[in-house]
Design a protein around this ligand. Structure first.
Ligand SMILES: Nc1ncnc2c1ncn2[C@@H]1O[C@H](COP(=O)(O)OP(=O)(O)O)[C@@H](O)[C@H]1O
Ligand SMILES: [Mg+2]
Length: 220
């Protein structure tokens, strides 16, 4: 499994899977060669100012996360970087959670998803902004997590602000997954999980405000 080169992408344009949802988002391509299917996330079609700033930074961040998480089932295999603006990962056959109505996904799926999230955090990575489209229901109903463009990493000494940002991002990931669990299989939420959801910590409320400002900025 190897990422295509930029020349190969130009010579045989891949199937556009999903155009960037706004001026700052990457295009998502499906690339198929010799029976191997990859997803290519590419900022090259974005305006120059996006490429030079967040495009490169997001690719660096996401590649770093995928490299750290390569041993985990539930994280697509990393195929390599195309260049500083694009990378490729294994294509996961299946659909994301936005395609499912409440009750259509099993309780077991969410148990495994919470377990996957714990392993991701133990490996020193927080996804940072889990959305229902970032959770894929893969083959055999196994959960997969994608989109590490807003990842935070475990770094810096205990008690440092970097460490606190990482911990806050882990907490926000967990809340996001519990919310998804609540939406899809509400009866399966334990008392402790329900308490967690209804008692957000102060940093979370503050973080939510900061994130909505950041998203509003990206949407412009
Ligand atoms: N490895 C993958 N396999 C299958 N689908 C994927 C994969 N990676 C991403 N996708 C799909 O493409 C969508 C967009 O990718 P994502 O990395 O979340 O980009 P964005 O930054 O635009 O949210 C995801 O919501 C998911 O549905
Ligand atoms: Mg996403």
């Amino acid at each position: 499994m190897q990422a295509p080169t930029r020349e190969a992408l130009r010579a045989r344009p891949p199937l556009r899977f999903r155009a960037g949802r706004n001026a700052t988002k990457a295009d998502i391509f499906l690339w198929e060669l010799d029976g191997v299917r990859l997803v290519v996330k590419d900022y090259a079609p974005r305006p120059r100012w996006v490429r030079a700033t967040m495009g490169r930074a997001m690719v660096r961040r996401e590649v770093r996360a995928y490299r750290l998480l390569q041993d985990l089932a539930g994280i697509p295999r990393f195929a390599g970087q195309v260049d500083s603006l694009a990378f490729a990962v294994e294509f996961v056959e299946g659909r994301d959670l936005s395609h499912f109505r409440p009750g259509e996904v099993s309780v077991e799926f969410f148990r495994k998803l919470l377990q996957l999230l714990e392993s991701v955090h133990k490996a020193g990575v927080a996804q940072g902004d889990i959305h229902h489209r970032d959770v894929l229901v893969g083959p055999d109903d196994e959960p997969f997590l994608v989109d590490f463009s807003t990842a935070a990493f475990q770094q810096g000494p205990a008690g440092s602000w970097r460490r606190m940002i990482f911990q806050a991002a882990c907490g926000s990931d967990r809340r996001a997954v519990l919310k998804l669990k609540h939406r899809h299989v509400p009866h399966s939420l334990t008392g402790a999980e329900h308490h967690e959801l209804t008692h957000p910590p102060t940093w979370y409320r503050l973080g939510k405000r900061i994130r909505s400002l950041w998203r509003a900025g990206r949407r412009k």
